[in-house]
Design a protein around this ligand. Structure first.
Ligand SMILES: CC(C)(COP(=O)(O)OP(=O)(O)OC[C@H]1O[C@@H](n2cnc3c(N)ncnc32)[C@H](O)[C@@H]1OP(=O)(O)O)[C@@H](O)C(=O)NCCC(=O)NCCS
Ligand SMILES: Nc1ncnc2c1ncn2[C@@H]1O[C@H](COP(=O)(O)OP(=O)(O)O)[C@@H](O)[C@H]1O
Length: 237
């Protein structure tokens, strides 16, 4: 199985690229969706976060007030690190299960859309790693346009809470420069799609469901042949 890492900065265009992958039939595991699930009322992550940050981060219905918690952690690096530490095991487990489900379904190529892929050191499980890059001015403009309620200071805090995009670009196997139009992105994506969907390497094949079944079938037929040969041999004695 090929697990492609997709990352970038906030509002650099990861979700837009994810949607292009989905429209080409490549499934995407979205870490933000998993992170939302692990903060649902009553879940293990929710209990840890409420115990650490108190009831003031809750809405009246008991769900986490996400903008409130966001304001707290994106303006205080220590609190953000603490939140990351609390949620990391739940998020990692959630991503693992999503990948396993896709493996069982027999997908050969999948994409992991993880904003903090490098920060969480998940890049070691993905190859190739795609970084969606934009210049800083375009990034802030797109972030403010998308999250209309966001204040500029809050938006800058969120950008600064992540590894600088230029550093991420230096760690990428494939860089998608998304500074241009959506048409430019679509054209660039076609080349990336061809690259990502080329035949699996042997290593990737053995990690796919088909590869594991091939190994099991070979071992089983080897054992059957051995038993038959052994029986024939003992019968002739
Ligand atoms: C703090 C929090 C409650 C705020 O919720 P929110 O206001 O609804 O914001 P979102 O969850 O939509 O996140 C907004 C952006 O902040 C980024 N972000 C989230 N948590 C972050 C963190 N701990 N450090 C740096 N950036 C973070 C997200 O990646 C997202 O960027 P994207 O648009 O590129 O996907 C929520 O982000 C959270 O639970 N974060 C901790 C979990 C985590 O690490 N998520 C990242 C998945 S790897
Ligand atoms: N090439 C582009 N041209 C114009 N707008 C874009 C382009 N790429 C993405 N956007 C817009 O920018 C915003 C951020 O993109 P998004 O895919 O949500 O980023 P991310 O998932 O990295 O946070 C969205 O509103 C999206 O529609």
């Amino acid at each position: 199985m090929r697990i492609v890492g997709l990352t970038g900065g906030i509002a650099s265009g990861k979700s837009t690229v994810s949607n292009l992958f989905k429209s080409h039939g490549v499934p995407v595991v979205d870490a933000d969706v998993v992170a939302r699930e692990v903060l649902r009322k009553g879940s293990g992550g929710w209990k840890k976060v409420v115990a650490a940050f108190g009831d003031e981060i809750l809405l009246e219905n008991g769900e986490v007030n996400r903008p409130r918690l966001g304001q707290i952690v994106f303006s205080d690096p220590d609190k953000r690190q603490f939140l990351n530490l609390l949620l990391a095991p739940y998020i990692a487990r959630g991503i693992f299960w999503e990948v396993l489900k896709l493996w069982v379904k027999g997908y050969k190529v999948i994409v992991l859309d993880v904003p903090l892929l490098f920060e969480a050191k998940m890049d070691k499980f993905t190859k190739p790693v795609i970084v969606v890059w934009v210049d800083p001015e375009t990034q802030i403009q797109r972030l403010l346009a998308r999250d209309k309620s966001a204040e500029e200071e809050d938006a800058r805090n969120r950008i600064n809470a992540q590894m600088p995009l230029d550093v991420k670009r230096g760690k990428a196997d494939i860089v998608i420069d998304n500074t241009g139009s959506l048409d430019d992105l679509s054209r660039h994506f076609q080349k990336v799609y061809v690259e990502v969907s080329k035949p699996l390497t042997w290593g990737e094949f053995w990690r796919s469901r088909q590869g594991v079944f091939t190994i099991l079938a070979s071992v089983t037929s080897g054992v059957v042949l051995f038993i038959k040969a052994f029986d024939n041999h003992t019968n002739t004695l």
